[in-house]
Every structure is written in C-alpha cells, then in structure tokens.
Design a protein around this ligand. Structure first.
Ligand SMILES: [Zn+2]
Length: 56
C-alpha cells in the first residue's frame, strides 16, 4: 500500500474521512470501504481475515 502524499488532494479527487486515502469523490473508498463516515463495504468476502476489527 502506498502512502505518498497524505496531505495532497489531487484536483477532482476526494479524501476518505475514515482512512485519509485519496479516493474518487462521491464514491466508496477503495482502501477501507467507507463512504461518508459509514462502512459500506460489501460483506461478500467472508474470509477468515479478521484484520478489519473495530479498533476505535
Ligand atoms: Zn478509506
């Protein structure tokens, strides 16, 4: 995962309010699956990957 310019938002891009990753405006963050402060990540992949726990 690259974290080059955390404080730089390219024109026409938005920043995820959850993880701070640059994302497309009005679209779900591809990094964490959040949109407008809500987790809208499709719960399809039910793997045993429990890295996405609530760590407040
Ligand atoms: Zn995010």
């Amino acid at each position: 995962m690259r974290r080059s310019h955390d404080h730089l938002t390219p024109a026409g891009m938005s920043v995820c309010t959850n993880c701070g990753q640059v994302k497309k405006p009005h679209s779900v963050c591809e990094a964490c699956g959040h949109y407008k402060g809500k987790s809208v990540l499709p719960a399809k992949q039910s793997t045993s990957n429990s890295e996405f726990t609530t760590e407040a």
